[in-house]
Design a protein around this ligand. Structure first.
Ligand SMILES: [Zn+2]
Length: 229
């Protein structure tokens, strides 16, 4: 199969927003170091405002830097670091549904800056002369859009838009996100275990009762590692 590495423009949110990329995206290592230094100082001031004596507390005296590094390198990495080029292949006559389920999701709610954890299920159907996506690239897409500020509904749309764009000439794409939000479990109402389920569907998956849509949801129930949808 002929491999195709291509660069797509997959961003659909204004640059600079928490769920968009940084204005200078993608950042060089030097730019990231500078950002970490600035954010370290600012987080120290934030702790000062909370009357935390972090400078003299042996457990906290490097915390501003730890937090700054976690944002730039992990929690918000999708805002600063680009994805590797997406690989797609000719479908070679395969016209069935392709599903990858239980892709791990770690994200952060844009409203409260609390983490979001869950899974993403992706399904699509290749059109005639269409392309299938290298499997791990679906995981990369979830990482890229998850590792930044998020509103689950918009995150679901962003992943859908990316798969729909990369998988050229598809007949339909469906994305289901199942996630728990620490802003619900740790603050405010403080309810543990409540999960939010969002689905964005296009093409043949759009209408309830459609065979492909049924096949997608049925497949999520089989040996699903305890993740219910
Ligand atoms: Zn929240």
């Amino acid at each position: 199969m002929a491999e195709n590495k291509k660069k797509f423009n997959l961003e659909c949110v204004q640059r600079g927003f928490a769920n968009g990329v940084a204005p200078n995206f993608p950042l060089t290592d030097k730019q990231k170091e500078k950002m970490i230094d600035k954010a370290t100082k600012a987080y120290g001031k934030f702790l000062d405002a909370l009357e935390c004596d972090w400078r003299n507390d042996p457990n906290s005296n490097d915390t501003p830097r730890r937090v700054a590094k976690a944002y730039v390198n992990d929690l918000w990495a999708g805002r600063y670091t680009d994805m590797s080029p997406i690989t797609s292949f000719p479908s070679d006559g395969y016209d069935g549904i392709v599903i990858e389920r239980n892709i791990p999701l770690t994200s952060m709610c844009s409203h409260h800056h609390q983490t979001i954890g869950g899974v993403v299920h992706v399904g699509y159907i290749v059109g005639e002369n269409g392309k299938v996506i290298g499997l791990s690239k679906l995981n990369r897409v979830v990482e890229h859009f998850g590792r930044r500020g998020a509103i689950q509904e918009q995150l679901t749309s962003a992943i859908h838009n990316a798969v729909n764009t990369i998988c050229e000439n598809n007949l339909g794409v469906i994305i289901t996100v199942v996630a728990t939000h620490n802003c619900v479990s740790c603050r405010g109402v403080k309810h543990r275990g409540a999960a939010m389920v969002t689905t964005k569907a296009s093409g043949v998956f759009r209408h309830s009762g459609n065979d492909a849509r049924q096949e997608f949801f049925n497949s999520l129930k089989i040996n699903n590692g305890g993740h219910q949808i």
